[in-house]
Design a binder for this molecule. Structure first.
Ligand code: F6P
Length: 323
């Protein structure tokens, strides 16, 4: 293999830049040229190619976002889009591709792979919802960002004797919410994987009040059965029962930005370089992942659309410690 491409696709996350850097530098060490494809699969369809020699990725290891840009492409989800993408790769004499992103990105990679084009995936998503890896790139930084927010919210919550509903991202996964809740000492975590009623939340708030706590922090995953605004409506309508007054903070895209943590930089570096080596050495249609403390390759077929359950013991532990 003489020339490979790299793209970042879907929702970005802190650590995508060090991952691209690792792809470029590892390829250079193997004597392989790298072409960066801007704006993910959308840029592949629009011929947005840029040569990436080793020097082109200098100074990006600590930068948030993705300097290649990213997008969600509806056109590439079609058979016609995939054929056009393959045609553009062939025209640019690109012989293999490293794709960095979440489930949708791996689906795109599998489509190209099914058409006979060599692809290796790297898991990047703050949601940590991909099977085949313990951690995705971006999760650790997003967690630390959410945790920093919780710590700050606790200060003002205690001053005012308030309950806060803090909504975090995660799409259909409760991982970010659960870990933020554990690390932040939350009174309750509401996640899609565990059923709950509005009355359960009210009970937690009232309990915290009766116990004499100065605040009550509830972390709500965006994909939970009731979102933070809905829970707040319920609690506010029953203010007498709840004790504390209630406020809502939705962290949103703040969690996607910022300089990648040391963990994310190291993970991105390990995964990006392993993916490149695997591609150049002839592996195809697989995603690299962190399994235990090792790098493992798993076929796309065992990752795409596969559930990634949360650790129920961790959820129970959060409940036990919130007394
Ligand atoms: O998948 C990452 C993620 O940030 C999810 O947590 C969230 O649901 C979604 O992307 C938001 O997407 P967008 O950036 O398109 O609003």
């Amino acid at each position: 293999m003489r020339r490979i491409g790299v793209l970042t696709s879907g929702g970005d996350g802190p650590g995508f830049n060090p991952c691209v850097r690792a792809v470029v530098r590892m390829a250079a060490s193997l004597g392989v040229e790298v072409v960066g494809i801007r704006r993910g699969y959308a840029g592949l369809l629009d011929h947005e190619f840029v040569d990436l020699p080793a020097r082109a990725v200098g100074g990006i290891i600590g930068r948030g976002g993705t300097f290649l840009g990213t997008a969600r492409s509806a056109e590439f989800a079609t058979r016609g889009g995939q054929l056009d993408g393959l045609r553009n790769l062939n025209e640019a004499e690109i012989e293999g591709l490293v794709v960095i992103g979440g489930d949708g990105t791996m689906r795109g990679g599998q489509k190209l792979q099914d058409l006979g084009f060599p692809v290796i995936g790297v898991p990047g998503s703050i949601d940590n919802d991909l099977a085949g890896t313990d951690m995705c790139i971006g999760v650790d930084t997003a967690l630390n960002t959410a945790l920093d927010a919780i710590d700050r919210i606790k200060d003002t919550a205690s001053s005012h004797q308030r309950a806060f509903l803090v909504e975090v991202m995660g799409r259909n996964s409760g991982y970010l919410a659960l870990m933020t809740g554990i690390a932040g000492g939350a009174e309750l975590v509401c996640i899609p994987e565990v059923a709950f009623e509005l009355a359960d939340v009210e009970r937690t708030v009232t309990d915290a009040y009766i116990k004499g706590k100065s605040h009550c922090i509830i972390v709500v995953a965006e994909g939970a059965r009731y979102n933070a605004v809905r829970i707040a409506e319920y609690l506010n309508a029953r203010r007498e029962e709840a004790g504390f007054s209630v406020r809502v903070t939705i962290l949103g895209h703040i969690q996607r930005g910022g300089s990648p943590s040391a963990f994310d930089r190291v993970l991105a570096t390990r995964l990006g370089s392993a993916a490149t080596r695997a591609l150049v050495e002839g592996r195809r249609g697989e995603m690299v992942g962190l399994v235990g403390n090792d790098i493992a390759l798993t076929p796309f077929g065992k990752i795409i659309g596969e559930p990634k359950p949360i650790d129920v013991k961790m959820f129970q532990l959060a409940g036990v410690l919130a007394r």
